[in-house]
Design a binder for this molecule. Sequence first.
Ligand code: 0X9
Ligand code: ZN
Length: 301
Amino acid sequence: RGFFSHFPRYQEVLSFMSGLAARYPQFCRYESLGRSNEGRHIAGLSISLNSRVRPRRVAYIQAATHGREWITTQTVLYLAYELLSNLRAFTRVLQDVEIFLVPLVNPDGYEYTHTTDRFWRKNRHRYAGHSCSGVDINRNFGNHWNYQGASQNLCSEVYSGTSPHSEPETSAVVRYLEFNRNRVKLSLDVHSFGKFIFYPYGYARNTVPPTVGTLRSVALRAANQIGRYRGTRYTTGTSASILYEASGSLDDFAYGNLGIPLSYTLELPGDEFHVPAYDIIHVCKETFAGFIEFIRHVSLY
Ligand code: 0X9
Ligand code: ZN
């Protein structure tokens, strides 16, 4: 069966990534950003026109911050696969741009949804003497940490952890982004579901970031490109105004703390967290068009 007609396990994702790196050594590098609570690799894939030179800009895209959001990993791996199989066609978008992909930010949660509980969201941090486990990685970032839409109850689905960046999954991402902060111009955190493109700020309603005009217009262009494949309609705005207020997420941290000018959270389609196997490839293809549109704007910075 084809890679994009089922949902792969953690090991299969890693083999797919290292397979691409082995097949395209001149364009692609495979690395580990660190290890999860249970010791799994948080794997990254770097793609550029020449892996020996360091492009001035980085487009950073991550997925599966929440374990149950399986389709997100597939769309990011499809982006890698499609870019590498057809690199010549993307010479312009990739001019001085490195694509850095982290398809499984939360490998422990992802595996747990395959073995034990299909609807697990958080990581798998265990606390001695407690029956509840897990931190919501998307409430663990250091921007308005635990301010709203987050909880200090460790049984909560939005438990924010003991302190900002307390989780190895969060700190692996933060370490990478801080190290590359002058080069990263785009940060996309891919989630599901709902067909939304969110831009900052998500921590509170009626907060207007200084560059809201740019954030909005790039979001609208990406939504439009996604729709061209088969008419899928995305809604754009802040999560605080469209969905709910939630603080301590990557989008606000990347924009507000690191100064990354283009920072978004995508919510892919799905019937809740379920996407039927035959539809995976179509979600991958429509989302691909959106990814490329976002990446096109990186060269303006
Ligand atoms: O709640 C979240 O973390 C995201 N939605 S999900 O259903 N995939 O869990 C939305 C996060 C949006 N960003 C901010 N509120 N900052
Ligand atoms: Zn999510």
